[in-house]
Design a protein around this ligand. Structure first.
Ligand SMILES: Nc1ncnc2c1ncn2[C@@H]1O[C@H](COP(=O)(O)OP(=O)(O)OP(=O)(O)O)[C@@H](O)[C@H]1O
Ligand SMILES: [Mg+2]
Length: 529
């Protein structure tokens, strides 16, 4: 179906500002429809020949519709639009005439001219007509509520004709709430309540006001009710602004554990401020759910924070033990464990600072990488570089991936660029491997490890490449008895459900290629654009 803008641009000569105004009407006219118990159709004149095109329609939520079929896009002319033509050419609300029949539904037609005020506040030209069509089949003697609604509807209809309704929109306000059915209060020019719908009365009761609202000074009441004096003053200010003819933003009032959303609208038909309309809605339940969500987030963050602390304690204990053991091999082993635990703690630290179960991974990689260079033999300084971006990763991938990267980076530094005394020693490798002399490293090539990451078709491709001395000839990735690559294999094929390959780099050195599917958590697409 075409939008209001498409239809207006295709069939009329309305200016962009006119079309914007029609959009504003269609954004706020549910209120008028509900108060009128009527369908509203927005008609724009098509040609000089007196035909009109329907560009928008809204049905009342308070009464049966007069139109079972959608009217948008309909073009009509002749006697059917006579009332629209009067409102359009004479610039006045048309409401005389007999009921019209749609099939077996009797309807009353009214027509409200739509004006757009000029920049200097003058009532401008009529740019469109709102048809207000009431299904009369269920009409009966109106109740007090209905009479009050209809009176207010007439005031708003006049304001559409004046160009003062709908009021300008406040930035960030997208909601149409509160609606008429949520609760409606009408004030006279002095700010006293002249009518309050039963739902409005109930909403105030939840805030702790049990008496009848009629006769109350609503601004003063809001100031009294609000738990926080500042909120109370704000809420009161809003109502006073509406009484002056301004349209304040929606406000919330908290009192006694309940929350009420309020919207105050000025009533000023024909430019005369006669009072205000205040729509209210009890949103206690909505806010309670919001708060529960926020608490849940905070709890998860707190848990990550504690996990991080516990891991750091474990790392500290291991470090302590490493210092105490005399056997060098045992000490090295314990120090490695310290690094492994610390790298997991890093992920939990990041998670404890983010608002969701996902981490911006690049920062973690950079920290793990710089930690890895620190363990490199002091005489070789190994450069570290990251290419591309890991983006945001779900927590369950991040924890395993950081461990894998930690091992690959440590290997690249430790085995790719061994310190000179080690280089001549047997290469610590899988049992049974025969050590070989290291090939000459091109002196022009600075020792460097590059971590690169990119995403492609819901897969994360990662490579850790060094330009070091390369894998030992008998290297067998599947059968190593050392711990590092075993951890890597276990995590990659287990938790990560990915693949890993270690091979000689194109320009010498070693290349570890890792592919991890991202599809299962639904978080993968977030930082791809
Ligand atoms: N980037 C690399 N360059 C050269 N050799 C490597 C590289 N990565 C791994 N290797 C070889 O593979 C072997 C196995 O690595 P692995 O990480 O499993 O054990 P490790 O590093 O010797 O001990 P650790 O259990 O402390 O990690 C290494 O000993 C080394 O010979
Ligand atoms: Mg290793």
């Amino acid at each position: 179906m075409s939008t209001l803008r498409d239809l207006a641009e295709e069939h009329t000569h309305l200016r962009p500002a006119d079309i914007d105004h029609l959009h504003r009407i269609a954004g706020d006219w549910q209120l008028l429809s509900d108060l009128s118990f009527a369908d509203l159709l927005l008609w724009v004149p098509v040609d000089a020949d007196g035909t009109f095109l329907c560009v928008a329609q809204v049905r009342p939520t308070t009464a049966p519709t007069a139109y079972q079929d959608d009217q948008v896009g309909r073009i009509i002319g002749g006697s059917e639009v006579a009332h629209l033509a009067v409102a359009y050419s004479q610039g006045r609300i048309w409401r005389e005439g007999d009921p019209v029949w749609y099939g077996d539904v009797p309807a009353r037609h009214e027509a409200i001219p739509v004006r757009l005020r000029t920049a200097d506040g003058e009532a401008g030209e009529v740019i469109a007509v709102v048809g207000r069509d009431t299904n009369l089949s269920t009409a009966r003697t109106p109740s007090q509520l209905e009479l009050n609604y209809l009176t207010t509807a007439d005031d708003l209809a006049q304001m559409i004709a004046d160009g003062t309704f709908p009021p300008p929109r406040h930035p960030g306000e997208t909601t149409s709430a509160p609606r008429v059915g949520d609760g409606l209060v009408r004030l006279d020019a002095g700010g006293k309540v002249t009518y309050a719908s039963p739902n409005a009365q109930s909403a105030y009761r939840r805030l702790g006001y049990a008496s009848h609202l009629v006769g109350e000074d609503l601004a003063a009441l809001h100031r009294r009710l609000a738990g926080d004096p500042l909120d109370g003053t704000e809420a009161a200010t809003g109502i006073l602004a509406a009484l002056r003819g301004e349209a304040p933003p929606r406000r919330e009032i908290d009192a006694r554990g309940a929350t009420m959303l309020t919207r105050a609208l000025p009533l000023m038909p024909a430019g005369v401020p006669i009072g205000a309309l205040v729509l209210v809605r009890d949103i206690t339940e909505v806010r309670r759910r919001d708060r529960a969500l926020i608490t849940k987030d905070a709890t998860i963050r707190e848990i990550h924070h504690r996990v991080k602390n516990n891991l750091q304690t474990v790392a500290a204990l291991l470090r302590l033990q490493a210092r105490r053991v005399a056997m060098p091999e045992a000490r090295v082993a314990l120090e490695e464990s310290v690094r492994r635990v610390a790298s997991i703690a890093l992920v939990h630290e990041t998670l404890s600072m983010s608002s969701d179960e996902a981490v911006e991974f690049d920062g973690i990689v950079d920290r793990v990488a710089s930690a890895a260079t620190e363990v490199a033999a002091t005489e070789v300084s190994v450069g570290m570089r990251r290419q591309g971006s890991f983006g945001v990763l779900p927590a369950e991938i991040a924890t395993s991936l950081v461990m894998v990267l930690n091992e690959l980076l440590l290997n690249a530094v430790e085995h790719g660029f061994p310190s000179s005394d080690e280089a001549d020693e047997p290469v610590p490798a899988a049992s049974g491997m025969v050590p070989v002399a290291a090939p000459e490293v091109d002196p022009a090539l600075r020792p460097e490890v590059v971590v690169s990451a990119h995403r492609f078709r819901k897969m994360l491709h990662v490579s850790v490449t060094d330009n070091g001395r390369g894998l030992p000839p008998e290297f067998d990735a599947e059968r190593g008895s050392r711990l590092g690559l075993q951890i890597v294999r276990a995590l990659v094929t287990g938790e990560l459900r990915g693949t890993i390959e270690l091979r000689a780099g194109v320009n010498g050195g070693t290349e570890a290629l890792l592919v991890v599917p991202l599809g299962r958590s639904g978080l993968d697409g977030r930082s791809q654009g």
